[in-house]
Design a protein around this ligand. Structure first.
Ligand SMILES: [Zn+2]
Ligand SMILES: [Zn+2]
Ligand SMILES: [Zn+2]
Length: 258
């Protein structure tokens, strides 16, 4: 089957909401990165997220429009559409109708496709996550969230770094502490302030509030000490962020340092 026909076939199935078919169209490789033997394939990663979305939005559909050949790849506009009826990553379904439009690049690999989400417009994506109830309203970003939501770490990595693989970071070798010895931001607590989430400095063990809190104590800790690498300690989260490299790592990376 030609690539064009196969792409049309995929487009028709997505428009019909035939999500069970999606994994058989997705390559094991990401657009510009091949996962290692001990990592999930791109097809597995995307299928897992789509499966969560489809469970939350039974009427979920997608369309690829303006599909244009461009050398060996295709560019297109992806439109995802559905009604948030059931719980998604901790946020209850409240019936919001949600549409997300983003440019994509599609690389044929055999009879499958590697996909890249291009030029993700951050404010628009955050607006969509707000519609799901996964991010607080703009004027409540410094408050604890209404639901104990937990986004898939892989999704967070793609959103925050724009890529599926790990960015280089020389600071992983500086990790000395992986578990917190407190569950409060001491400075906020002493002045009666609240925070949405806590971070742990993986170099010295300092615990401070996150970057959307009123006081941003972890960011200030980084600025004062130069310790750039920290993890989330909200609920069971453990994802790691390096301020200096804007690098995101999934919780599993911490296993090396326990
Ligand atoms: Zn780093
Ligand atoms: Zn520190
Ligand atoms: Zn604080």
């Amino acid at each position: 089957m030609s690539v064009d026909v196969r792409l049309k076939d995929l487009n028709r199935r997505l428009a019909e909401g035939d999500w069970d078919a999606l994994p058989s169209y997705l390559a094991a490789e990401f657009f510009s990165y091949t996962p290692g033997p001990d990592e999930p394939s791109a097809a597995e990663r995307f299928a897992s997220i789509v499966s969560d979305l489809h469970a939350a939005m039974p009427d979920l559909t997608a369309t690829l429009s303006d599909v244009t050949p461009n050398g060996d790849i295709y560019t297109a506009t992806l439109t995802v559409d559905g009604t948030h009826e059931n719980a998604l990553w901790g946020a209850p379904g409240l019936g919001a109708h949600i549409t997300w439009v983003n440019p994509v690049s599609i690389k044929p690999i055999g009879d499958r496709f590697a996909v890249s989400f291009d030029d993700i417009a951050f404010p628009e994506l955050i607006a969509v996550l707000r519609q799901f109830g996964l991010v607080n309203p703009p004027d409540e970003m410094d408050r604890p969230p209404p639901y104990w939501v937990s986004l898939p770490e892989f999704l967070m990595k793609v959103v925050f770094t724009g890529r599926a693989d790990d960015k280089p970071c020389a600071h992983l070798d500086e990790i000395r502490v992986v578990e917190p010895d407190t569950r409060v931001c001491a400075v906020c607590f002493s002045q009666g302030d609240t925070w949405p989430a806590l971070r742990l400095c993986l170099i010295c063990g300092f615990v401070g509030c996150c970057d959307t809190s009123k006081n941003k104590h972890m960011l200030r800790h980084f600025e004062e000490t130069g310790h750039p690498i920290m993890r989330s300690i909200r609920m069971d989260e453990g994802w790691v962020w390096c301020y200096e490299d804007n690098a995101f790592f999934e919780t599993a990376v911490l296993e090396r340092y326990r």
